[in-house]
Write a new protein. Structure first.
Length: 249
């Protein structure tokens, strides 16, 4: 590696460190703000489960410091969500040196779109997937069985699920950039639709385990996002490729 290449690599690493530090500071500020409301935020997070529990049902904790650490984790995740637009901005800015002037103008809209999709995925999980899933899980209660969900276990399950939905909803943004990079094409996505559907259900089964209800709830938005991705890929594809696809359809 010659001197110029080392200098270029050093510049990239310095830029990366700068963006990571800025993102960490933003998340830290978000954490401080949201920790004040951590108890209220946990109540909001637990409300879909509480709504499906018996009137006297409660979450439990078995270790004395357990809830303290749960509230810290709640505040961290909430701080990350609060700072997500700025974090996405820092991520996109890492790529801007390789962008043309016209492409750089798209950074702000895509930062906003990424944030909206990420939060939208979490809201989908919270308002749609959670009520259906908890209603199913708690349906096993009887005069012989009573659920005693742990606050720690519930937090871990709910946050993983919400973050998973948030990441899944980023598919349209990923499709746009992969199409621009020439890695995927709208024709290829349409041609491999059947394989993609099979892969989606396999992935949903691996992620959710043996719970069929959660598998379906995860697979449905994935299938819808795949179809949206085809449309986005068509818009992002070079003009020639788009014209060829139009002639084929």
């Amino acid at each position: 590696m010659d001197k110029d290449e080392r200098s270029a690599l050093l510049g990239v690493l310095q830029g990366l460190r700068k963006r990571l530090v800025a993102s960490a500071v933003a998340v830290g500020i978000g954490f401080v703000i949201t920790y004040i409301f951590s108890e209220t935020l946990f109540k909001v997070l637990a409300s879909p489960l509480k709504a499906n529990m018996a009137p006297q049902g409660k979450l439990i904790y078995t270790g004395l410091p357990e809830m303290f650490f749960v509230y810290i984790k709640v505040a961290f995740v909430a701080g990350l969500m609060l700072a997500s637009p700025y974090v996405f901005y820092q991520m996109w800015m890492l790529a801007t040196p390789g962008f043309r002037e016209r492409q750089r103008r798209l950074v702000l809209p895509f930062v906003l779109l990424s944030s909206v999709l990420f939060i939208g995925g979490g809201l989908f999980g919270y308002f749609i997937a959670f009520p259906l899933g908890f209603h199913f899980f708690l349906g096993f209660e009887s005069q012989y069985l009573q659920s005693l969900p742990s606050a720690k276990q519930y937090f871990s399950f709910s946050i993983k699920t919400l973050l998973l939905f948030g990441v899944i909803f980023e598919i349209p943004v990923a499709v746009f950039f992969l199409t621009k990079a020439g890695i995927i094409t709208p024709q290829g996505m349409k041609k491999n639709r059947a394989y993609a559907m099979l892969a989606i259900f396999i992935m949903a089964a691996v992620v959710t385990g043996t719970d069929v209800i959660t598998q379906v709830m995860l697979a449905i938005p994935l299938i819808a996002l795949y179809e949206v991705g085809i449309l986005i890929s068509r818009l992002a594809a070079p003009k020639k490729a788009s014209e060829e696809e139009s002639r084929e359809t």
